[in-house]
Design a protein around this ligand. Structure first.
Ligand SMILES: Nc1ncnc2c1ncn2[C@@H]1O[C@H](COP(=O)(O)OP(=O)(O)OP(=O)(O)O)[C@@H](O)[C@H]1O
Ligand SMILES: [Mg+2]
Length: 354
């Protein structure tokens, strides 16, 4: 960790506080609970990590934007743990996962009798995050109705519980995250512009993993190491071809998808070293699929389908040395239908026999 440890006492303390971080949205699996990788070879990420130091030191609102799985929550926790508030709680609230009409009471709390079913007074997340950090995840999904009181609490630090008359003061640092483009939401009229500017005082834009492919080998090492210590799997490493394949894949699910893919490869692999056979087919052949979809420009659906079938069936015949019964079983098709399709596509099975 080159930069990351400079602003916290030491790495060990960081790991410790990471593990005990007081959030309701703790990652579910032990593999993902350990300290994150905050090392990078990517110029844009280097700049971002350098900027995180003053961001952590400041108490202003930061808006973390990036595609799903790029590590927005990871960065939010890091900012909290590197800030003056690190001894206080880190409280998360996902604005998209709560049923309609519940978010305001979740954020601001409610008094007894505020609405049907409010049998006792309940503190909101602002109160729970007192002296710490409140992480407003998926803020783009907050309904307009809640955006106004949110703006007020961000501007004036003041709010009331639902059904209450007493004004409370929030000593809370707010971090917000969104994987949808909030500027676009402002243009579409679903997000208040004044709230957007208030949140976006310190903008943090996380690049997609495909925009930082030089970091993929670092993440691979990191996740292999994590899996080794968390599960005891005797995974030694990966073949160089696998690294190349994983580097060139576009990772629509970003770091989360890479982490999950490696975990799946490790669990299913028969060898302690991951080879090309362990790479999931959708990753191995994604380029083929892309080309096929692009074909839509000039060919009919039937032509594209035939090309797909040809590619799919020849791959399967290669894998099974031209043994039609094995292919039929592997791809879930009857032998009769498979023979008919091969005949139709004029694929000669003899050429695949070894
Ligand atoms: N720097 C990192 N080091 C190690 N793991 C990381 C890092 N960044 C992200 N991850 C892992 O990737 C996964 C996704 O991270 P996170 O939840 O922070 O992404 P996100 O941007 O909030 O995603 P979403 O938009 O879907 O909520 C998690 O399992 C996390 O542990
Ligand atoms: Mg998230």
């Amino acid at each position: 960790m080159t930069y990351a440890t400079s602003q916290i006492d030491d790495g060990a303390q960081f790991v410790k506080s990471w593990d005990r971080s007081d959030t309701e949205e703790r990652p579910a699996r032990p593999v993902q609970q350990s300290a994150p990788l905050l090392e990078t070879r990517n110029a844009r990420m280097k700049k971002l990590l350098v900027d995180l130091e003053p961001i952590a030191m400041s108490d202003s609102t930061a808006l973390i934007q990036g595609e799903s799985g790029t590590g927005k929550e990871v960065i939010a926790r890091f900012i909290h743990l590197s800030s003056q508030r690190h001894r206080g709680p880190f409280v998360g609230v996902n604005c998209a996962s709560l049923p309609e009409g519940v978010l305001d009471s979740e954020l601001f709390g409610h008094e007894r009798g505020a609405f049907t079913g409010a049998v006792r007074q309940r503190p909101g997340r602002f109160e729970m995050a007192e002296a710490g950090t409140l992480f407003l995840d998926e803020i783009g999904s907050a309904p307009l109705r809640v955006q106004l009181p949110l703006l007020r609490v961000l501007q004036e630090r003041q709010y009331e519980r639902l059904g209450g008359t007493r004004t409370l003061t929030a000593d809370v640092r707010v971090l917000a995250a969104s994987n949808i483009d909030l500027e676009q939401c402002v243009k579409d009229g679903t997000f208040r512009d004044d709230l957007f500017y208030r949140l976006n005082i310190l903008p943090v834009r996380l690049p997609a993993l495909r925009e930082r492919p030089e970091d993929i080998p670092l993440f691979i090492d990191h996740f292999l190491q994590q899996t080794r210590s968390a599960t005891g799997h005797a995974v030694e490493g990966i073949d160089v071809e696998v690294e190349q394949i994983l580097r060139s894949y576009p990772w629509p699910g970003n770091i989360r998808q890479l982490s999950n893919t490696l975990e799946r490869m490790i669990v299913l692999s028969r060898s302690p070293r991951l080879g090309v056979v362990d790479v999931p087919v959708e990753i191995l052949h994604w380029r083929d699929d892309e080309e096929l979809i692009a074909l839509g420009n000039g060919v009919t659906y039937w032509e594209a389908r035939s090309r797909f079938d040809r590619r799919f069936l020849t791959h399967a015949l290669e894998r099974h040395n031209g043994v039609v019964s094995h292919v039929a079983e592997a791809i879930g098709m009857s032998r009769k239908n498979l023979y008919a399709r091969l005949d139709n596509l004029r694929i000669d099975v003899q050429q695949f026999r070894r």
